[in-house]
Design a protein around this ligand. Structure first.
Ligand code: HEM
Length: 501
């Protein structure tokens, strides 16, 4: 008997034995829920060995499906897909306990091969580590967009609101006019540049990158996020389309990062720029060359992120407001009556009127509660194993707050599908401080949307100006009658944007 003849069956037997042991181990862990901690994972569907809950993860309207699952499993739902733990936080209490009280371990973003390695998208909201680099970004962003600084952008917001009204009077489609207005405000505030429409290259490029992020952010959209070794597949090979897709959007992302910022910087050097977020940051750059370079990278990031994060989200919320006004004409009438009473007819209210407009405030809050453009917010990732309420939550768990579920919890907001601003008011018509302010649409803990003050101001301006100048009505059908309005949405598994009513 030769050496090979002896060795080959032995190796095959050893491999077979090891595979069998691994399979038995997976089967045992699956059957018993064993995780080595002595505590169970939070409740969730049992799933199957190896693939675990691959077929239990809701794909269609996942936020509503998760809210349904919460009735069975409770307000923490735990899944695993090919071993990757995923947890859904389904109540305000859990959101506060985990995202806020344990924010030191609940503030990372999950690593994605597509997003972070192939698209190289690791700027600001893409930053995985909630560490020193992220904190520098957040601080610079906060400096420009906090509660106290945002009012300095009001003149720009008002100017674009006026343009929006003129566009509507000229017959421009509601959706197009809204997108133009929001994008215009964003670009002017960040880069001090006026753009006429969303066809401007500054806006088109950013929208392209935004679309890529929405696609790459869908869990499981790219196989390379499940089997990371696929990232080594050469571009020429069949099936490597994802590599070419990533190459294209990586280049687009770099363009969005550098081009507008370089343009404004060059204008600023010549004394020809308009004051804006970019120039404010440039003016604060330190003298030291190394620090200056670092600051300039962060500034580019902050500006480009604002641009990408602000437009689709705020536009989507505006569309939700228009849809609600068409579906609930009585609410529209009541809001217009308040504006007439407090501000006077045909006058768009200034920001100074806001504290006196309780019904308008309630309409804003109800819009935030009724619809969320990011119904599952953005994913966070747990950085340490820990135990919570008798459950074991492993390091690396990807955690989604079900904002839609929280805002549609019938115990907190009775008849949640109904658009009813009165739920936020006292009998006397004042804002009721006992009803929780609906903030989940802006996310959680330390990652909560840092642009929320600016977003709310843009919405207040456009909403009040529209209600003052127009009646928002359904379109016409082919017979010239008011069309039946249905709530239709676009966006996929991450974003949910109502189509124009
Ligand atoms: C109504 C409009 C908006 C909504 C609904 C919204 C919602 C969100 C949500 C859900 C997150 C993720 C929070 C989390 O991870 O828990 C987020 C993050 C972010 N938003 Fe907004 N946003 C809006 C407008 C804006 C605007 C106008 C800006 C810029 C001025 C902005 C800038 C950002 C940035 C930079 C992040 C990333 C923060 C980080 O990762 O630390 N957003 N937003």
């Amino acid at each position: 008997m030769t050496f090979e003849a002896v060795m080959v069956p032995t190796v095959i037997q050893a491999l077979g034995g090891a595979t069998a042991i691994l399979a038995l181990r997976a089967l045992y862990q699956w059957w018993t829920g064993y995780n080595g901690s002595g505590l169970p994972y939070p409740p969730g569907p049992k799933g199957y060995p190896i693939i675990n809950n691959l077929f239990d993860m809701p794909i269609e309207v996942p936020w509503a499906a998760h809210a349904e699952l919460a009735k069975k499993y409770g307000d923490l739902i735990f899944f695993r897909v090919f071993g990757q733990p995923i947890m859904i936080v389904a109540s305000e209490k859990r959101a506060v306990d985990l995202f806020e009280k344990r924010s030191t371990i609940y503030s990372n973003r999950p690593h994605s091969v597509m997003m972070h390695e192939l698209l190289e998208f690791d700027n600001f909201f893409g930053l995985v580590d909630y560490g020193p680099r992220w904190r520098k970004h957040r601080r610079m962003f906060h400096q420009e967009f906090n509660h106290a600084t945002v009012p300095k952008y009001h003149p720009i917001v008002k100017r674009y609101t006026q343009r929006f009204l003129v566009a509507l009077s000229d017959g421009v489609d509601l959706s197009e006019a809204t997108r133009n207005a929001i994008a215009g405000m964003g670009i002017q505030v960040v880069y001090g540049v006026h753009v006429n429409s969303i066809d401007d290259p500054f806006i088109c490029d950013a929208s392209e990158v935004g679309d890529a992020l929405n696609t790459a952010g869908i869990p499981g959209r790219f196989l390379v996020d499940v089997f990371s070794a696929l990232k080594y597949i050469p571009r020429w090979m069949p099936g490597a389309g994802f590599q070419r897709w990533a190459d294209h959007y990586r280049a687009a992302s770099r363009k969005v990062l550098d081009e507008p910022f370089e343009y404004v910087w060059s204008l600023h050097k010549k004394g020809e720029s308009t004051p804006c977020v970019a120039t404010a940051m440039i003016d604060r750059f330190p003298e030291d060359t190394v620090q200056r370079h670092e600051q300039s990278l962060i500034a580019r990031n902050v500006c480009s992120q604002t641009h990408i994060a602000a437009v689709d989200t705020t536009y989507g919320m505006m569309m939700a407001f228009f849809l609600a006004m068409v579906l609930y004409p009585n609410v529209q009438k009541a809001a217009q009556t308040e504006l007439d009473r407090v501000v006077g007819p045909f006058t768009a209210p200034d920001f100074s009127y806001r504290p006196d407009l309780d019904y308008i405030e309630a309409v804003l809050r109800e819009t935030f509660r009724w619809h969320q453009v990011l119904p599952l917010a953005l994913p966070h990732c747990v950085t340490e194993d820990h135990t919570y309420d008798g459950y074991f939550i492993p390091k690396g768990t990807v955690v989604f707050g079900n904002s839609w579920g929280l805002m549609h919890d019938p115990d907190v907001f009775p008849n949640p599908m109904e658009f009813k601003p009165e739920r936020f008011l006292t009998k006397e018509g004042k804002i009721n401080p006992e009803v929780p302010e609906p903030m989940a649409l802006f996310g959680y803990g330390r990652r909560i949307c840092p642009g929320r003050h600016f977003a709310v101001d843009m919405m207040y301006s456009v909403i009040t100006a529209t209600l003052t100048s127009f009646n928002i009505l359904p379109g016409k059908d082919e017979h010239g009658n008011p069309a039946k309005v249905e709530a239709k949405f676009e966006g996929g598994a991450i974003m949910c944007v109502p189509l124009s009513p």
